[in-house]
Design a protein around this ligand. Structure first.
Ligand code: PLP
Ligand code: ZN
Length: 412
């Protein structure tokens, strides 16, 4: 594992020492990147470096994303087995690879970023953490904070999926439900954190969530035999994973672990909350606050991402697109993947699969292009949301085709 050499501002390039925990750039409020001296790894063979780190010496323990510890901070991880998730070829087109992030602890990719954020919080001796969350980041923080025995405070919209409330409560987090969106939750955290002594692990306001999510970039390249795919579809709320993957590509190229054309990065949003798509279409460098944000893809309900400038820059550099689709189209794709592939996507993952169909239909991509679609979470975290979409309710009359047989008729 390398020692962190410093933090670097994503905007003004200011360098900040890494001996103490950092939030955002003191000079310009930009998000910070973690930088290492990767020169000892230049020219190495990733198969041997990563292969060596993929299990413990007796081959017994699952290293998950820590198989990339050669490019992660040199500290003792707080781990629940996150990362190294399956990449599944679609049965209908083997060039379409689904990255199944629902296989992570807490059922979403948020585990990667929060595993690293909590690992570093423990390393720095931080005593209380706080986060505004659309739901799944809260669940992940609650789990890792419990594992690290660090108290945490989670602020979520009051209408988050029930699973998010249940998991945060079970892990022993302090939960506040806010009548509003994640932006209102962020305000609440900002108002309280100084007086309460909380460390804020908001998306892109501390450097290690991006660092954890960068492992998705390493993984998709390794799982594609150390080659880039043609395009990556990423359901984008705050954009942490997209930013993290781009950082991974840059690092891998510096070490000579991958070469060739980087994938087109396709950021996918819901039409009911599409600030990045609007800015992209209007040729703007930053987004403006989306009013009355509404979508059943709760993770995409981010009315103004903090890292909008970085997301837009990456999508444009990559020759990608930002696509925004209505919930009805997401739900159709969700049903399609469930019925035809046996995969219950999250609504956010269904944004990626639906967007793929759109970009094939409009000719931006060809079926022969190799693409990775991120299912960022398990659909099983959204049963209450889907029950509503399917017109099912726990205690209501079941539809006729689901009528239960009376026990005596089963045993007749
Ligand atoms: C399942 C799921 N997908 C996608 C996102 C968006 O993630 P990001 O903030 O990295 O864009 C979220 C965020 O809450 C989420 O929970
Ligand atoms: Zn700066």
């Amino acid at each position: 594992m390398p020692k962190i050499s410093h933090f670097e501002c994503s905007l003004c390039k200011e360098t900040i020492p890494a001996e103490a925990p950092a939030t955002i750039c003191p000079a310009c409020t930009g998000s910070l990147y973690v930088r290492y001296d990767l020169s000892p790894l230049a020219g190495t063979d990733p198969r041997s470096v990563v292969g060596k780190d993929s299990t413990t010496p007796n081959g017994r323990f699952w290293k998950g994303m820590w198989r990339y510890r050669a490019v992660l901070p040199e500290v003792e991880p707080v781990t629940l087995g996150e990362g190294w998730t399956p990449i599944l070829p679609s049965q209908r087109n083997p060039n379409v690879l689904l990255k199944e992030e629902g296989a992570n602890p807490t059922g979403t990719f948020k585990a990667r970023g929060l595993a690293l954020a909590v690992t570093m919080a423990k390393y720095y001796g931080l005593h209380t953490l706080a986060v505004p969350s659309a739901g799944n980041a809260g669940g992940a923080l609650a789990a890792y904070a419990a594992a690290a025995h660090i108290p945490c405070h989670i602020f979520m919209p009051q209408d988050v999926p029930l699973a998010n409330q249940v998991e945060c409560t079970a892990y022993g987090a302090h939960v506040t439900l806010v009548d509003g969106l994640i932006s209102d939750c962020a305000k609440a955290v900002a108002e309280h954190k100084q007086a309460e002594g909380w460390f804020d692990v908001s998306t892109l306001k501390e450097p290690f969530r991006v660092e954890g999510k960068k492992t998705m970039g390493y993984e998709l390249v390794e799982q594609n035999d150390w080659r880039y795919p043609d395009a990556v579809f990423y359901p984008t709320g705050g954009g942490v994973g997209l930013i993290g993957m781009w950082k991974a590509f840059e690092e891998m190229e510096k070490m000579g672990w991958v070469s060739g054309r980087r994938p087109k990065m396709i950021a996918v949003q819901a039409a009911g909350c599409a600030p990045v798509a609007r800015a992209f279409d209007e040729g703007k460098d930053v987004s403006t606050m989306w009013q009355d944000a509404s979508t059943f893809a709760s993770g995409l309900r981010v009315p103004k991402p903090y890292g909008d400038r970085i997301i837009l820059d990456i999508v444009r550099q990559s020759g990608g697109r930002v696509v925004a689709l209505p919930d009805a189209q997401l739900f159709e794709s969700l049903k399609d993947w469930a019925a035809n592939e046996g995969i219950l996507l999250s609504p956010e993952g269904a944004a990626a699969t639906a967007a793929y169909d759109v970009l094939i239909a409009d000719g931006f991509l060809k079926p022969s292009d190799k693409v990775v679609l991120f299912n960022t979470g398990s659909g099983n975290k959204y049963t209450d949301v889907f029950a509503e979409s399917f017109g099912l309710a726990k205690h209501a009359q079941a539809p006729e085709e689901h009528q239960l047989l009376a026990p005596e008729s089963v045993f007749e």
